[in-house]
Design a protein around this ligand. Structure first.
Ligand SMILES: NC(=O)c1ccc[n+]([C@@H]2O[C@H](COP(=O)([O-])OP(=O)(O)OC[C@H]3O[C@@H](n4cnc5c(N)ncnc54)[C@H](O)[C@@H]3O)[C@@H](O)[C@H]2O)c1
Length: 235
């Protein structure tokens, strides 16, 4: 009860795993939630749940309540399933919305009282995406959820302040090992000179959760190595 405590969704892989590792290294007690929990770091308490269902969200909320204290909720779990518009079924749309947008809403709602009681004030960090503001073909469901996260974030910040600060991070290209081998040109297209790493996002989560970010709420932080600032003209 005397340690700062965080719940990180999607803590078994990629960005969520890096966030869980970073917070644990910083001394936080971390509750990691995942559909496939095998990869959740050993330093975390583990909760297996499908956050695409109300029951799964309720299980995660119950696990956090059992811990008795919550300072930080990181709504990270997400599915990046893209489909051509003509092939995008209602089931596909509903599943992407359930995991990427409804779960962050249900977790924020269910955990708000616990977060409001956190000794130094609570914080929520949501994972949006640069795809909230730009698109490739066939990304309707995913992009809609990330635009929704952007809006949900400022709505929650207004509803839950001043006890709880709520912000979102919009990563660009973060290599979680799913991209295959990265080419020199993949790095070079970023003004920062490289593709992003999960640890880049973890560092921003750690800052947003800490006392130096006490005046920061309702904000979206683009973390993309400058990729969305670079104009591209086809040859
Ligand atoms: N990697 C990127 O380039 C990138 C860019 C922008 C935004 N994001 C966002 O960051 C977040 C993490 O992305 P990532 O690339 O690390 O993803 P990832 O696929 O590497 O990991 C996602 C984790 O979420 C878990 N998960 C998926 N569905 C779940 C469910 N129904 N219930 C519980 N857990 C579930 C998975 O098992 C996995 O461990 C996502 O919200 C994603 O949209 C990622």
């Amino acid at each position: 009860m005397d340690r700062r405590t965080a719940l990180v969704t999607g803590a078994a892989h990629g960005i969520g795993r890096a966030v869980a590792l970073r917070l644990a290294a910083d001394g936080w007690a971390v509750l990691g939630v995942d559909l496939v929990p095998a990869g959740i770091p050993e330093s975390c308490t583990t909760c297996a749940a499908d956050l695409g269902t109300p029951e799964g969200c309720a299980a995660a909320i119950a696990a956090a309540r059992a811990a008795g204290r919550l300072d930080l909720l990181v709504n990270n779990a997400g599915i990046s399933e893209f489909r051509p518009l003509a092939d995008a079924t209602l089931d596909h749309w509903n599943r992407v919305l359930a995991v990427n947008l409804t779960a962050p809403f249900l977790l924020a709602q269910g955990l708000a009282p616990l977060l409001a009681d956190a000794p130094g004030g609570g914080a929520i960090v949501n994972l949006a995406s640069t795809r909230a503001t730009m698109s490739e073909p066939g990304t309707e469901a995913y992009s809609a959820t990330k635009g929704g996260i952007f809006a949900l974030t400022h709505a929650l910040a207004v509803s839950l302040g001043p006890e709880v600060r709520v912000n979102c991070i919009s990563p660009g290209w973060i290599d979680t090992g799913k991209s295959g081998g990265l080419r020199p040109e993949d790095h070079a297209q970023h003004p920062a000179g490289r593709v992003g790493r999960p640890e880049d996002v973890a560092a921003m989560v750690a800052w947003l959760a800490g006392p130096e970010a006490g005046f920061v709420t309702g904000a979206n932080f683009v973390l993309d190595g400058g990729m969305t600032r670079k104009m591209i003209y086809a040859e």
